[in-house]
Design a protein around this ligand. Sequence first.
Ligand code: ZN
Length: 247
Amino acid sequence: MSNAEALARYLNASKRAVVFTGAGISTESGIPDFRSPGGVWSKMKPIMFQDFVRSRDARNEAWSRVFNRTAGWTGAEPNAGHHAVTTLLNAGKVRAIITQNVDNLHQASGAPAKKVIELHGNAGYAKCLTCAERFELEDVEPRWRAGEDLTCGCGGLLKTATISFGQPMPEEQMARATREAEKCDLFLVLGSSLVVRPASGLPLIAKEGGAKLIIVNREPTDLDWCADLVLNTEIGPLMTETLALLA
Ligand code: ZN
């Protein structure tokens, strides 16, 4: 049986699948995996949340990375993997997408924003740290280039809507992700090494609830031992082939 046939067999038997995605699905769109050797964090130090809040220099450095596109998180196009997941979602086969990515590529491929649970936020826009009002990057970029320390009308600091190192996990998204993991009958991991806590606990929650666990990742993961199927392969070609085999 081919990889695609094996995956299609599980998807065909599932009624409430959930897809969990990590950096591996977006590297196929040219977005660097920031934790891997050669990734963004091996070239520049992450800015801790506490430093961002405390220091104007740290904020300036953070915005410089955003507007000079240093991190490479934005501006890429969704690939075959994102499109296949969106097809499954829109067909009702997948209930929700839980993602560790901040690149907005699930939404860019047509997934409704309310079906995408972003555990690490979204680098595509900014939010006020005090009142949570949303700001578009193209609206605030000229203000930053003019030398402003970016703030909201309420006086709060603006920051990209990502969850930085040192910043608490978003409670609502974690709660939603946990509920989806509990309720699903198939938990499909696409391109995550499953090492970042607390997100790495979600596959175990799904397994405890009786779901099948499938891990598709280029390298082995720490949770391969409890998976029903492990496929060490590229995501885009596999998912495209699998879609063609679904009932
Ligand atoms: Zn505000």
